[in-house]
Ligand binder design. Structure first.
Ligand SMILES: [Zn+2]
Length: 442
């Protein structure tokens, strides 16, 4: 009686062994005959690069590479478009039509020196049928010279969005990011944005750890830009901080696990990639006036021209200039709080009294107008009409997402969190220098 089940087990074992053997044989067979392609891409390269096979004709700005002759002209300093186009036998009338018809879509006045203009001609002897100007890596403008005018179109190149992840341990400081070039810099900036209210990036410590899940935008198999940061994790002495990207038809932004926006009502600083050069101090010895004068603001030193942004939504109450403050902007955020930004080099376009501004919107640029020894922004925080140290303020947290959106949020948040948690210590970006983390500066 007890044999039967045993036999059954053995039979099942045999069947399993057979299936396993059969599957393996099939696998080997397929492998040998080249049917199976082993995906050996590493985990941070999950990119499906669109390859140009022999049969597929290469496309240049969406045109057949063999049907047109392409010429590239590099725009010289102070060169007029008319001058360039006359070399290509484009009439003055057409140039005029072009200037007029492009105004709304992309003004030719925005063309920059040292950037290329590409012409496409049906053959060597004909005038161009198309002209292209690349605005950035993702977008170009297509000008089609037609009989009765010029047709203008802004084109977003076909792109692929891929997910990537990064992990790092701070060896010196994130401000090294200032030296890092191009894309790496923008990724650091995106991480700062995601964690702006929970991590004080002015007090980064050695051995702080971060992890990122982010999107990369690929064009023709090449990294063209970083997309959204989907999740950010930062571990420092204060603990572990998560920031999770969430987007639906009503909301878009970074949230914590309770569905509260991680970007609080106020940003911690009005400039990026700066350093605090002088803190709020009621007893400060003034470097220019050579006597004790309280410093009722926080100075952030940054290169002239660095954008200064509003730390919160509000209404501009002053755009002015005084002998000591230089050019400054003052903003009222609510009944309680106002902020003021001094020593500006200039104001951003459209910033004037009565204008509404958003958190993070550029309102002016770093300079040293007024009483200043170097380019910086003196940031002043007003609470009920009195100046206070904003770094000591405990601001009320922003409202969480409504109950009705929480299930959708939690669902997405969980996926991002596990992606972050699965990034291991060994998963260091191949090029950590592009993130501004200098491994040599220990
Ligand atoms: Zn100051």
């Amino acid at each position: 009686m007890s044999l039967e089940p045993k036999n059954q087990v053995r039979n099942e074992k045999n069947i399993l062994q057979f299936i396993l053997f059969f599957t393996l044989s099939l696998f080997v067979l397929l492998l040998v005959s080249g049917f199976l392609e082993i995906d050996n891409s590493s985990s941070n390269e999950t990119v499906e690069r669109p390859s140009l096979t022999e049969n597929k004709e290469p496309q240049i700005f969406g045109l057949s590479g063999s049907a047109y002759t392409f010429d590239t002209h590099i725009i010289k300093q102070n060169q007029f478009l008319g001058e360039i186009l006359s070399d290509y036998e484009i009439s003055f009338k057409k140039v005029n039509q072009l200037v007029q018809s492009t105004k709304e879509i992309f003004s030719v006045r925005s063309f920059r020196a040292n950037k290329p203009i590409v012409f496409a001609r049906p053959d060597e002897c004909s005038p161009p049928e198309f002209m292209f100007y690349e605005i950035d890596k993702l977008t170009y403008v297509k000008y089609h010279f037609e009989e009765n005018g010029v047709n203008v179109e802004k084109v977003v190149k076909p792109f692929e969005v891929c997910e990537n992840e990064a992990h790092g341990i701070i060896k010196s400081s994130l401000s090294d990011a200032m030296d890092a070039s191009g894309l790496g810099m923008s990724l650091v900036s995106k991480m700062e944005d995601a964690l702006a209210s929970s991590v004080d990036f002015y007090h980064i410590q050695k051995n702080d750890e971060f992890k990122l899940v982010f999107e990369e935008i690929y064009i023709d198999g090449e990294l063209a830009a970083y997309g959204d940061v989907l999740g950010a994790f930062y571990k420092n002495e204060q603990g572990e901080h998560y920031s999770l990207f969430f987007e639906n038809d009503k909301y878009s932004g970074f949230y914590d696990f309770e569905g509260r926006p991680t970007k609080g009502a106020f940003l911690r600083a009005p400039v990026k990639f700066s350093r605090i050069s002088s803190r709020f101090n009621r007893n400060r010895f003034h470097p220019i006036k050579k006597r004790r004068i309280p410093h009722l603001g926080t100075d952030y030193a940054a290169p002239t021209g660095t954008p200064i942004f509003s730390v919160s939504d509000g209404v501009v109450t002053a755009v002015s200039r005084t002998k000591n403050n230089g050019k400054y902007v003052k903003i009222r955020h609510d009944k309680t709080y106002e902020t003021q930004y001094l020593h500006m080099n200039g104001f951003a376009k459209g910033i004037k009294k009565g204008v509404k501004v958003k958190q993070g919107q550029t309102i002016g640029f770093v300079g040293m107008t007024g009483l200043a020894t170097g380019p910086h922004v003196c940031f002043r925080f007003w609470k009920n009409g009195k100046q206070c140290n904003h770094l000591r303020e405990n601001f009320p947290p922003a409202d969480p997402l409504p109950e009705s959106d929480m299930p959708q949020f939690l669902n997405q948040a969980q996926i991002i969190k596990s992606a972050l948690d699965n990034i291991t210590r060994n998963h260091i970006l191949s090029d950590s220098s592009s993130l501004g983390i200098d491994n040599n500066q220990l």
